[in-house]
Ligand binder design. Structure first.
Ligand SMILES: Nc1ncnc2c1ncn2[C@@H]1O[C@H](COP(=O)(O)OP(=O)(O)O)[C@@H](O)[C@H]1O
Ligand SMILES: [Mg+2]
Length: 419
């Protein structure tokens, strides 16, 4: 992987109990020799013996991934950006961005023929770590809070000194662009996507959003506003004109400039949503506890749509890239009394059971991320708030108008993204 003897520490203490990961790696910086300073690791490697089965269907695979995730989130590993599990028969690379951890490659079977290529590809990824985490907000049901979440999450992340870009990728609604009153950029998204030779800089489609506070502080994030031209094109023609990875390719050029790229997707599994998810690292799915369709649609997204995109991404990259991963769902925008919470959990349990029976797909981690046998079925809840509901009329993110709303979205950011 290109790390010399002074750039790796065996049995690195993660800072959580007695936990030690097999190897921590980091390139040396002038005087700062990793072996001696033991500070700011970049990669963790968990090694297993060849006799341990790490194929994705094995129980040992599941427990090893869990172990790696625990190490990645431990106190001494805050600076870590990558994690590897391998038993020299299989290998898988994971990316860590703040709190978000997701597969960067499939779990690849190593053979005599592919070992050089795989090592090269993993090394290349680690040496060119993009700064941004790309997040698509999606649910096949409308009105669940996708646009609202994108706007306020961007607002609070900007407040945490993160560079944020949001993309309005719902040209039929234009809700995001309209509710922040964003003016078009110098170039249109349509022209830019058409421009196969990259003669137009993708940066020219961006418009800034800035809020000046009375205290003199100002906060800002960037927006790719909706493009009317794109809205007028029929679905069939969109598919003919644009390969659905062209948007991802364009976004790639911005992944070293931002900490977060948030994409607001429309509520149907068509061109824009497919493009948004193909372009993203993780998918965040708002749901409503009192709307069975939003829960069922979340399940379909997780067990059907996202795996479809993963398959295409793997095919397109010779089995090197994994594609987008779903984050656990959250409940958005309703006051929840206990009886309703019980009803929602019953509905979810039925969905989980059916999905396992029918597709052998385990939805538990996506509905109950902290689940332990017998308990902990907590789902993150973003409460309802009148300031959120009226914010669109005021053309400013509710999180910038109201302290309570700001605290709600800060909690959301901490739940999923900020470490
Ligand atoms: N937490 C919340 N509290 C109150 N109103 C909310 C909340 N989240 C969303 N809303 C409102 O619900 C409506 C639908 O939200 P929106 O973000 O447009 O959904 P989507 O993008 O999924 O269609 C909007 O009027 C929005 O203001
Ligand atoms: Mg919307």
């Amino acid at each position: 992987m290109g790390f010399n003897l002074q750039e790796r520490i065996p049995g690195f203490k993660t800072g959580r109990g007695k936990d030690a990961v097999d190897y921590a790696l980091r390139h040396n910086l002038d005087e700062d020799i990793f072996l001696y300073t033991k500070a700011q690791p970049n990669v963790l490697v968990e090694l297993k013996g060849r006799d341990i089965n790490l194929a994705t269907t094995s129980p040992k695979y599941k427990s090893t991934v869990k172990q790696l995730k625990r190490y990645l989130l431990a106190p001494n590993c805050k600076t870590v950006q990558w994690g590897i599990i391998t038993n020299s028969k299989h290998i898988q690379l994971f990316r860590k961005h703040g709190k978000a951890i997701y597969p960067a490659t499939p779990c690849i079977e190593i053979s005599f023929d592919n070992v050089v290529e795989i090592t090269y590809q993993i090394r290349k990824k680690i040496e060119n770590t993009p700064k941004a985490l790309t997040v698509a907000l999606y649910n096949n049901k409308g009105g669940v809070g996708k646009t609202t979440t994108v706007i306020n999450l961007a607002a609070v992340l900007a407040g945490h000194n993160k560079r944020v870009l949001v993309v309005d990728f719902d040209p039929n609604q234009k809700d995001l662009t309209n509710s922040l009153d964003i003016k078009p950029g110098k170039q249109s998204l349509y022209d830019c996507l058409k421009d196969k030779q990259d003669t137009i800089s993708f940066k020219e489609v961006i418009s800034p959003y800035t809020k000046e506070f009375r205290s003199g502080v100002s906060l800002s994030f960037d927006v790719i506003p909706v493009d009317d031209k794109l809205a007028q094109i029929h679905e069939d023609d969109l598919r003919k004109e644009f390969s659905f990875y062209s948007f991802r390719k364009k976004l790639d050029s911005l992944k070293y400039d931002y900490d977060y790229i948030l994409i607001d997707a429309p509520p149907n599994w068509r061109f824009f949503s497919i493009n948004a998810i193909y372009a993203s690292d993780v998918v965040l799915i708002p749901t409503k506890h009192n709307n069975i369709f939003s829960l069922q649609n979340a399940a379909i997204t997780i067990q059907k749509y996202i795996p479809e995109i993963q398959k295409i991404r793997q095919k397109k990259t010779n089995g090197i890239e994994w594609g987008a991963s779903a984050l656990p769902i959250f409940f958005n925008g309703e006051k929840i009394v206990n009886a309703a919470r019980v009803n929602a959990k019953n509905a979810i349990n039925a969905i989980i059971k059916q999905s396992y029976k029918k597709y052998k797909f385990d939805l538990i981690p996506y509905f109950y991320p902290r689940y332990k046998p017998g308990n902990n079925t907590r789902i993150f809840e973003l409460p309802s708030n009148a300031h959120i509901a009226y914010a669109a009329f005021e053309k400013i993110p509710a999180a910038y108008k109201n302290k309570i709303v700001c605290s709600y979205y800060t909690e959301l950011a901490k739940e999923y993204f900020l470490q």
